[in-house]
Design a protein around this ligand. Structure first.
Ligand code: SF4
Length: 422
């Protein structure tokens, strides 16, 4: 039998007070999303309309990509552009024309707004329409904002996907989902399904009044809103992290379509048992260890649920940049009572709370990791949780390993230090 813990019947943290903070924050802007979005939509190109700072940010965040065909660039807004919007538009058209003539493989071009393009009020939506007209049907040009004024870390992906929703039509596509979830959903009896975004921008899923959708990531509030405006209905579910989250996510789909409960058990049980067994090794490292989440990716609440319920970790504070109560309802119900839930950030105050808790491990952005490590606190970079494959049964143990590894490394360091001192 699987050792999956059933969903609690009490309300967990769903009615717990939330500490709301609106002070100084330490988070990356939405441009960061380009680092993993280029892998999701494989014929898309991301042209950041920004400054040298923006170019440096994505180049260093995407350092691993130097071996891949470049899929992003920055059109630098310089002092001359500040003199006039007309010049900036002409310059943008020139850069896009040059780029598309050099790169016929680009089928979808995203103009990504930044703080500088926002400050000079460059209208990228109009620019995208103008360029789309010019380059259709070879290339679709869309726009979204990744600016630090408007977006944090994962909100760039949300804004990107929301900008794609108006492109969805009622026409059939041959979208072939190459995703582990497709196997289970099909085996359960759901035949007509698509994944959004698709790998090819030419295979956008169809959307209509009878479309139901399940969120795979908890940070897609704008995308969900755009889908619902087009008539799609969300299937409420926890997020598919860990054995329990994946099972309940799949169960929500099965129940929504009135599928046979026995078939659901048959389809999921072997994978549930395998994944539960695979988690045992990490449980040895994680059980009883305390963890503190700084707000960064919006993955914090589902991850906290997974780590506490399936691996026995002790939650101290679970911070998230934005708490979407509707999308997180089931997750909040499953969190243990008595923890601090916080939304937004006042970084100095939160650092004080973190130090007072002295947790075994802290999940935070890159900017906070170094000072915390220097204080002897073990950290996990939240960016890794976004661009590593961590969903579903097959990845449950890999997800746990991402938290166990820094603890093992710290234990090794401590041992080496003791050996040197003795
Ligand atoms: Fe910095 Fe804003 Fe550019 Fe992001 S968009 S790198 S926050 S200037």
């Amino acid at each position: 039998m699987s050792a999956v813990i059933p969903i609690a019947t009490d309300t967990g943290c769903s009615n717990a007070p939330v500490l709301r903070e609106r002070g100084q924050r330490e988070v990356f802007c939405g441009l960061t999303g380009i680092v993993w979005l280029h892998r999701k939509i494989q014929d898309a190109f991301f042209l950041v309309v920004g400054s040298r700072t923006c170019a440096h940010l994505i180049q260093s965040a995407a350092g691993v990509m130097i071996f891949a065909e470049p899929r992003f660039a920055t059109a630098i807004i310089d002092d001359r552009d500040l003199a006039g919007i007309a010049n900036a538009n002409e310059e943008l058209d020139r850069i896009v024309t040059k780029l598309l003539s050099r790169r016929p493989d680009i089928k979808m071009l995203f103009l990504v707004g930044s703080c500088p393009s926002e400050v000079i009020k460059l209208d990228l939506a109009t620019a995208a329409e103008r360029l789309s007209r010019q380059f259709l049907p070879q290339v679709r040009v869309l726009n979204y904002s990744g600016s630090g004024i408007e977006t944090t870390f994962t909100q760039g992906e949300d804004a990107c996907l929301a900008s794609l929703v108006p492109q969805l039509t009622a026409e059939d596509t041959d979208a072939a989902p190459g995703f582990q979830f497709a196997r289970y959903l099909r085996a359960m009896g759901i035949e007509r399904l698509s994944f959004f975004p698709p790998r090819s921008s030419r295979a956008l899923p169809r959307l209509g009044k009878n479309t139901r959708y399940l969120l795979v990531q908890p940070f897609l509030a704008e995308t969900a809103r755009a889908l619902e405006e087009r008539g799609a209905q969300r299937i409420a579910a926890p997020f598919p992290f860990g054995v329990e989250g994946t099972t309940e996510w799949l169960r929500a789909a099965a129940q929504s379509f009135g599928l046979d409960a026995q078939r659901f058990e048959q389809v999921t049980m072997p994978a549930r048992e395998r994944a539960t067994k695979a988690l045992e090794r990490q449980r040895e490292w994680l059980q009883g260890r305390s963890i503190f989440f700084f707000p960064d990716s919006q993955l914090e609440v589902p991850l906290a649920r997974f780590l506490s319920r399936e691996l026995g970790m002790q939650l101290t504070e679970v911070g998230t940049p934005y708490l979407h109560r509707d999308h997180l309802q089931q997750e909040l119900e499953m969190l243990p009572a008595g923890i601090t839930l916080s939304e937004g950030q006042d970084v100095e105050k939160q650092l004080d709370r973190c130090r007072a808790h002295a947790p075994d491990i802290v999940v935070c952005g890159l900017g906070l990791a170094n000072p915390l490590e220097a204080d002897g606190i073990t950290t996990k970079w939240s960016i890794e949780l976004v661009f590593s494959p961590v969903h579903g049964y097959e990845q449950a143990a890999d997800l746990a390993e991402l938290f166990a590894r820094p603890l093992r490394r710290r234990a090794l360091l401590n041992k080496e230090q003791e050996a040197t001192c003795s």
